[in-house]
Ligand binder design. Structure first.
Ligand code: ZN
Length: 473
């Protein structure tokens, strides 16, 4: 999905040092086009050539395990998984027996020649399985990983290195590693929680790692905390990490999330964070038709318009079709338009797609992942002069909410658009209209408004895209 520009530059530099090599790639789980999915790439370490079928089995087991758990079970169609078979000269991982957190040797001492040089005992922790960390060689290993990815799957979104060892261990960071020992799949899924979805540990990660994140905060006010919409549901609260010291000033949302205990499910706050990231990386619109500008000299009615959506399981996508400012259909993937439905001249057909999953309660979700397709149908006496389509992924954040004197509107989309925002009182009276014709963030003064609940409606071309509650206090 991603197109890392810097990556190609790095790749050019890397190839000066490391020869390029293409390895066999095995599709493990394919949901659709790579450029419309999150691509998870699993690399092997410590598997000799004759053990690569075992690696494919291990990668498949990991994938099956990951996609049997929420929210990956619901969003499985948004992912592709590939295994890249990188052979090593020897099997397993290094175990120098240099850990200081256990009585060594906990497992047999080993020094094996593997492609990415995975080693236990990293930084003195037995279970910390990492790529080589001794000085310059560590950089070489990172270059090796980057080079393998650049040569074999440059548009990857996330990678995971599976290490052929049944000793329990793993690590996070840019390139998470996991052994194939008991619970190893759980380590890998937990580590992906960090590296792909920006989640923090829900056991205290130490003062240097403590920071504001999706599932970690110093806010203790239940009406202000970032997971405020979940408080009291599914065990979500505000729980201090520790009883004294700095750890007591940091809070987590749950007492038994996978980010704390392997084998537990992700808590509702972490699930929500994962789904929001999935929506940031992948549009639910896989394809639509017509999607090229078309001219139909002798139109045959009805004209057909179709969506191909990437559906969650169960499908929580909702859509609203509007023709010339009038609601035309709801929650269908295709519509037919009759000649009688069209006016002479320009007609506008728009569909707005929104994921209404109960797993999301985050503020702004409705306006932050707002996918629209618009068809401009030019209908003249000569026929359909043309049908022009455009797709947009609008991202509008309105904050703070509740507010008392200003609203900040922030836009994060890439295409030109013109938008109108109406602020409507609870009695249905239009109080203010704001026109927005560029991507500039806007600040709206509402200090003269009475306290109470308002509705904000966002329109594009007379089409209602989204409705949001605004509380002025
Ligand atoms: Zn959690």
């Amino acid at each position: 999905m991603k197109k890392p520009l810097l990556f190609h530059i790095l790749f050019l530099i890397n190839t000066l040092y490391i020869s390029s090599q293409v390895f066999e790639k095995e599709p493990i789980k394919i949901s659709g086009d790579d450029d419309k999915r999150i691509n998870l790439i699993i690399l092997s370490d410590g598997y000799q050539t004759h053990e690569l079928p075992l690696f494919v089995t291990d990668a498949t087991n990991f994938t099956n395990d990951m996609f049997s758990q929420s929210p990956f079970i619901e969003y499985a169609n948004y992912f592709n998984v590939y295994a890249i078979k990188v052979p090593s000269n020897e099997s397993g991982a290094d175990h120098p027996a240099s850990a200081t957190d256990v009585t060594e040797p906990l497992s047999p001492i080993k020094n094996v020649d593997t492609y990415f040089n995975a080693t236990f005992d990293a930084y003195g922790f037995h279970r910390l399985l990492f790529h080589e960390i001794d000085g310059n060689s560590a950089n070489n290993t990172q270059l090796k990983i980057n080079t393998v990815l650049a040569n074999n799957f440059p548009n990857y979104d996330q990678t995971l290195i599976l290490v052929n060892s049944n000793v329990y261990g793993g690590s996070g960071g840019e390139f998470p590693m996991s052994s194939t020992g008991t619970s190893a799949n759980e380590i890998a899924i937990h580590e992906l929680g960090h590296s792909l979805f920006n989640l923090k540990d829900e056991y205290y990660p130490g003062d240097t790692q403590a920071a504001e994140a999706i599932n970690m905060t110093q806010e203790t006010n239940p009406s202000l905390v970032k997971w405020k919409n979940w408080i009291g549901t599914n065990g979500i609260g505000i729980y201090p990490y520790g009883v004294s010291g700095t750890s007591a000033s940091w809070n987590r949302p749950h007492q038994a999330c996978k980010m704390q205990f392997l084998g537990s499910p992700f808590c509702s706050v972490c699930k929500e964070g994962i789904i929001e990231k999935i929506h940031n990386l992948v549009s639910p619109i896989n394809d639509y038709s017509p999607n090229n500008d078309t001219t139909i000299n002798t139109p045959t009615f009805p004209l057909n318009f179709q969506l191909d959506l990437i559906k969650p399981i169960p499908n929580t996508l909702e859509n609203t079709w509007t023709l010339n400012s009038t609601n035309y259909a709801n929650n269908v993937d295709d519509v037919s338009i009759l000649e009688a439905n069209l006016v002479k001249g320009l007609n506008t057909l728009t569909v707005v797609i929104n994921d209404n999953t109960p797993l999301l309660r985050v503020d702004n979700h409705q306006t932050f992942h707002l996918n629209t397709i618009t068809w401009a149908i030019n209908y003249t006496t000569l026929g359909i002069e043309d049908i022009k389509s455009s797709v947009n992924d609008l991202r509008i954040t309105m904050s703070p909410n509740p507010t008392n004197h200003i609203i900040n509107l922030k836009f994060e989309n890439t295409k030109d658009f013109s938008l109108k925002m109406d602020i409507i009182s609870i009695e249905g009276k239009k109080i203010k209209t704001i026109s927005i014709s560029n991507h500039e963030n806007q600040q709206i003064d509402i200090s003269s408004f009475n306290k109470g609940i308002y509705i904000t409606n966002f329109y594009s071309n007379q089409v209602l895209l989204a409705s949001k509650k605004l509380v002025i206090n």
